[in-house]
Design a protein around this ligand. Structure first.
Ligand code: UD1
Ligand code: CA
Length: 451
């Protein structure tokens, strides 16, 4: 059966105290909404409709970037979750199949849970996802069960003492045939404590029609709703814990797992070792048997098998390290291909460059890639030796098997096999050092006498 995902994301998120719409706040460096879309993707939805309201233009732009097949509809006034789902009705007029409602601020639903909901839908007309809360005071809607039938959902605000004592809570996720759901929503009223159209009311309305309604249970951690910055930090921590555990399972060594910060899309291959205090930004792939040493920062880069990086290295977007490359301490690489076995071991900046296989870049080498207006490329061949403290003023090319002398400022291309020296020639003056010392000491003594 086809599935249409409806993601509710119109709410203001007042408690975030932010100009940014709540669903665009990042968890592991991707907007909350990206996590919700990713969770929903497990259902392979035929359609995805995001309901936006507060900051709709920003949400629209983010969705366009995250999933070009997703549609965004506008809910101008936030009159409640049923009203929000109703905003998707025109877009789904012709749709035959199930609607699964997901909240944009509840991004951690596991694929297994969604599968369980779909399976239960095979036996019931409507399925609600619930969880047992460990926090009896939590202000979630409560699920009133009769055996395996869900009789109704009561919002915390509207619940009696007895109903508030129920531990089984509403996650907000719901699965139901589209036509049935929209016809039930048409019957929802707003006669409640908040004066809102509650989606939760459809459960009782479905029962009144003689339809069968049930609830599926998941872990409370999965339904973690984010309403404040504190919740956001907790959600990030939950994500990190999960992602680290997955990497350990995949055969990656994390020497101090709790100090490694991962992005939503970090990929690390088997038998790689990650030392403490490493930060992964978005878009990093590390192949197997690589070592990322302590205090390194990586984003938008690729590290091939057997390469070593750090400690204290920075790989910026477009850094491509081939197999067995060595990047050492206080080295920054940006938009540069470093070919197999090449070494950049100390205190260097290599940006907008190609470095050939087995080339050695000496300590303190800088590619001067920026003239204040434009960026230029440095191309270094294979087996070259770049002497310490070489300035490579781009655009410039150094051929295969070439050398540059230490301290050179290279402004012209260096042919293959040549040695370039581009610095002032040294001259030695015999005995001059001693004479100079004596003169300086005499000046100092005179000054002290005068005081
Ligand atoms: C909702 C549920 C509650 C459940 C809880 C789980 C209802 C009436 N209540 O309560 O039973 O336990 O979630 O977290 O459904 N939204 C819109 N437009 C609106 C209103 C809300 O898009 O007009 C979106 C919000 O942006 C949010 C989601 O719907 O992503 C949930 O809304 P929220 O106001 O947070 O509902 P809760 O009071 O938490
Ligand atoms: Ca909420």
């Amino acid at each position: 059966m086809d599935i249409a995902l409806v993601i509710l994301a119109a709410g203001k998120g007042t408690r975030m105290n932010s100009d940014l719409p709540k669903v665009l706040h990042p968890i592991a460096q991707a907007p909350m909404l990206a996590h919700a879309l990713q969770a929903g993707a497990a259902l392979e939805p035929a359609r995805t409709v995001v309901v936006a309201g507060h900051g709709a233009d920003l949400v629209r732009a983010a969705v366009a970037e995250l999933d070009e097949t997703a549609e965004v509809v506008l809910q101008e006034e936030q009159n409640g979750t049923a009203h929000a789902v109703d905003m998707a009705r025109p877009a789904l007029e012709e749709f035959e199949g199930d609607v699964v409602v997901l909240f944009g601020d509840t991004p951690f639903i596991r694929p297994e849970t969604l599968d369980a909901m779909v399976a239960a839908r095979g036996r019931h007309d409507m399925v609600i996802l619930g969880f047992d809360t460990a926090h009896p005071d939590a202000r979630y809607g409560r699920l009133v069960m009769q055996g395996d039938r869900l009789a109704r959902i009561v919002e915390y605000k509207d619940a009696s003492e007895e109903e508030r004592a129920i531990r089984f809570c509403n996650s907000g996720l719901l699965a139901c045939d589209a036509k049935t759901l929209f016809s039930l929503i048409a019957e929802v009223g707003n006669d409640n404590a908040a004066g809102e159209y509650y989606l939760t009311e459809v459960a009782e309305l479905a029962n009144a029609r003689g339809l069968s309604v049930t609830a599926v249970k998941c872990d409370e951690a999965e339904t973690l709703g984010i309403n404040s910055r504190a919740d956001l930090a907790e959600a990030d921590a939950v994500f990190q814990a999960r992602a680290r555990a997955e990497l350990l399972d995949l055969g990656v060594t994390l020497m101090a797992p709790e100090t490694v910060y991962l992005a939503f899309d970090t990929y690390i291959g088997r038998d790689s070792v990650i030392e403490p205090n490493v930060v992964f930004g978005p878009g990093v792939t590390v192949e197997s048997e690589a070592t990322i040493r302590a205090f390194s920062h990586l984003e938008g880069c690729h590290v091939s098998r057997g390469a070593t990086v750090g400690p204290f290295a920075r790989l910026r977007p477009g850094a491509e390290l081939a197999e067995h490359v060595h990047i050492g301490n206080f080295v920054e690489i940006k938009n540069a291909q470093i070919a197999e076995g090449a070494k950049v071991n100390h205190l260097s900046y290599i940006g907008d460059a190609d470095v050939g296989a087995k080339t050695n870049i000496g300590a303190g080498t800088i590619t001067c890639n920026y003239d204040g207006v434009m960026k230029h490329r440095t191309v270094i061949g294979e087996r070259a030796f770049i002497g310490s403290n070489t300035m490579l003023v781009a655009p410039v090319t150094v051929g295969n098997d070439a050398m540059t002398a230490t301290g050179s400022v290279i402004t012209k291309d260096v042919p293959a096999e040549a040695m370039a020296v581009a610095r002032a020639r040294q001259e030695n003056k015999p005995g001059l050092a001693v004479k100079l010392f004596e003169k300086l000491k005499a000046i100092k003594a005179n000054k002290e006498k005068g005081q």
